[in-house]
Structures are given as C-alpha cells and as structure tokens.
Design a protein around this ligand. Structure first.
Ligand SMILES: [Zn+2]
Ligand SMILES: [Zn+2]
Length: 377
C-alpha cells in the first residue's frame, strides 16, 4: 500500500476498534466527563492516559494537492441513511434501526470513504442519563406537542451520543480595498413656510456628507474559524449549540469514540473553506470601514489574499434524538459539553385550536383547564 501523508492509512479491518475490559473482557465505553473507559459489565475503569501530544494543524493547500493526487479510501462499516444522506460509524452496542439524524430507517453497510484524519475532539462531558433527563424535561415543557411525541420520550432508545464533524481554519488575511470616506457637515438652510395663512422665511440645519476617494490595506489573522462538516444537521440548528470550548480540544484518541457514533464528513475540505470565507467577510468589512474612518464609508472593491491557511478536522459531541411526525423531522439536541438544549418542536393543531377557543370563553378560570390539558398530553 502506498503511503500518503495527512490521509488516513488504508484500514484492512472495516470494523470499529473494540476496547476489551482489562478485568472481564467485556466491551468498554468512554465515560463522559472522565478520562477513562468504563466497563458496563463489571464497572472497572480503564484510564485512557492522555499522551501530551500537540494538536497539529495541517497545511490547507498542500493537503488539497495531496487529496487530488491520490485516491486513498478506507473501507469501514457505517450506518447509511438514504433519506438525509448521513453516514456515521457503526456502533456494535446500538442497533442500526432509525437514523440518528432524521429518524428514517437506516441500514448498516460497508462503504469506502476518502477520509482525512481527525486531529482533535472535545470528549463528552454530559452523560446519557443527564441528556435523557434534559430530553424528558424539554418534552414536558412542550404544551402544544402531540401526545405521540411524549410516548417517544418513554422509548428514548433513539437518543444517541454523536460526534459531529467540523473543520476549523486559520488564515492570515490581507485585503486591498478602494472606497470613499464620507465626512458629515452641517449647513443652515433657509426655506419658506406657510404659518397662520402667511408665507414666512425659516432657517433649519441640514446634515450633508462630503465624499472623498480612498484606498488602503487591512490585515487580520483568523484563528479556528469553525465550519460544520455535516450536511445531515441544519446549520441553523447546530449554530445554536455554539459556542464550543475549542481551547479544550484533546488530541484524537479512538478510545473517546467507544460507545458513541461519529459522523463521516460530507462537506469537503475546500467547500468548508468557502464557508469559512463567508464567516470572515463581515469582520474584514468592519476592519475596512474602521480603516476608512470618517462618518460614513463606501467600499467599491476589496480583494483578500489568504496566506498560511491551516486546518484541523475535529469532532464535537452532541446528544441527539430525531423523530418523525407527519412526514416532518424534529430534532432534540444537547451540547455534549455544556448540556445546553436545543430543539425543533412540533405543534398539535387541535390543542392550539382548543386553546384559542378556551381563551375566548374563559378569562379567570383558564389556568385550571390549562393544567388539565397539559396533563392530557
Ligand atoms: Zn469489566
Ligand atoms: Zn437520516
């Protein structure tokens, strides 16, 4: 097999690595919030023992050239969902069943992936029990949620701990711009007005802007611009899980994935950088406006050069439960670090209609009925 730097080595064994318990041999799982794998069978804790290795950022352009020149793929057993397109690692302790991202039926398959190595991750802090409690609490608050959804909480087997793929980019940017600087000044203007049926002359102060052409250069270093590398989760949903404590990133160890699923990235390295540029753009624009100065600014042209672009492929932990209701997908997510909860909620149409009706009929005694409804699910 040929050797390629930066690209994961071909793996002859497509199954995920198992970590047997040192005491009883059962399969170990990573215990959130700890630095250990815990045996579900005998409770023995097996320390991961982190090696203090630096997290190495990779050179962006060099890696793109290497990727283009090679066709290295890795065969692995993954769960694939035709409905949302997600591919994520097969976990022998959980059955394939429903897709973790959209709730559609998903099947285990052997797939070939061209994958860049994972440099770092944030290990789970929030435990399954904590996320389950958060999920039930969230459902309890959903007064308008259909009863079927609440049944879902009692069979919360779909609640999965997932590592979601992300890219981070660093870049040294230099932007040449052309524009105009606007300086405001006041002038006194006389005008005619009709007052009490008579024409009079009045004075008012008017603000005007003097525009003068300008050009310049601004530069800014961007560190760890975070870009979602998944297409299975809507960006609007994942953005609400931010911020992430990226300063706590841990060098990648397969042990942290034991007992969890991890999604294969779908946004390619170069596509991810396009998104990173969009994230950088408003900051560069603000720099230019500050550089122009004055009271108002116009930017006619701006050209940015990105030098020394470096990236990391990282995994971030999310507890997720996806379910389908009347052909729509709803997701409940928990930031696996902070426990912050985000969700997409369905509404029960008849409950809303009933509530509107009630509100019209009742004014004072409404609360009691409200509580009855809430219990009714
Ligand atoms: Zn054991
Ligand atoms: Zn899916």
């Amino acid at each position: 097999m040929p050797q390629e730097s930066g690209i994961s080595s071909p793996n002859s064994n497509p199954e995920p690595r198992r970590f047997p318990c040192a005491r009883c041999g059962a399969a170990l799982q990573y215990a959130p919030g700890t630095d250990a794998l815990r045996c579900a069978h005998c409770g023995y804790e097996n320390r991961i023992g982190a090696v203090p290795e630096p997290i190495e950022e990779q050179d962006f352009r060099q890696t793109l050239r290497t990727l283009a020149a090679t066709a290295t793929t890795r065969e692995s057993i993954v769960i694939h969902c035709d409905s949302c397109g997600a591919s994520y690692s097969f976990d022998p302790t959980a059955h394939a069943g429903q897709c973790s991202f959209c709730g559609a039926p998903a099947v285990a398959n052997t797939e070939r992936h061209r994958e860049l190595q994972i440099q770092a991750l944030l290990p789970f802090q929030v435990t399954r029990d904590q996320s389950r409690a958060a999920f039930r609490q969230w459902l309890g608050q959903l007064w308008f949620a259909p009863g079927k959804l609440k049944d879902h909480a009692r069979h919360d087997s779909s609640l999965a701990g997932l590592y979601v793929p992300y890219w981070t980019y660093d870049a040294e940017t230099t932007t040449h711009y052309r524009g105009e600087r606007g300086d405001d000044y006041q002038v006194r203007e006389t005008y005619r007005a009709i007052e009490n049926g008579r024409e009079v002359q009045r004075v008012r102060v008017v603000t005007k802007t003097r525009w003068s052409p300008t050009a310049g250069v601004v530069s800014r270093f961007f560190d760890d611009v975070l870009v979602l590398a998944s297409r299975s989760l809507p960006q609007a949903v994942t953005e609400r899980l931010e911020p992430w404590d990226l300063a706590q990133l841990t060098p990648y160890r397969e042990e942290y994935l034991s007992g969890f699923r991890s999604e294969m990235y779908q946004v390619e390295l170069d596509q991810g950088f396009e998104r990173a540029r969009e994230i950088m753009a408003p900051l560069i624009r603000r720099d230019i406006e500050r550089d122009i100065g004055g009271d108002r600014q116009r930017i006619h042209a701006a050209e940015t050069r990105y030098a020394d672009i470096r990236f990391k492929h990282i995994l971030l932990p999310v507890w997720i439960s996806a379910f389908r209701f009347r052909d729509r997908v709803y997701r409940f997510l928990v930031n696996g670090r902070t426990g912050e909860v985000q969700g997409e909620r369905p509404y029960s149409a008849w409950k809303i209609a009933f509530a509107v009706l009630l509100a019209a009929v009742l004014a004072g005694g409404g609360l009691a009925v409200w509580q009855v409804l809430q219990r009714g699910g």
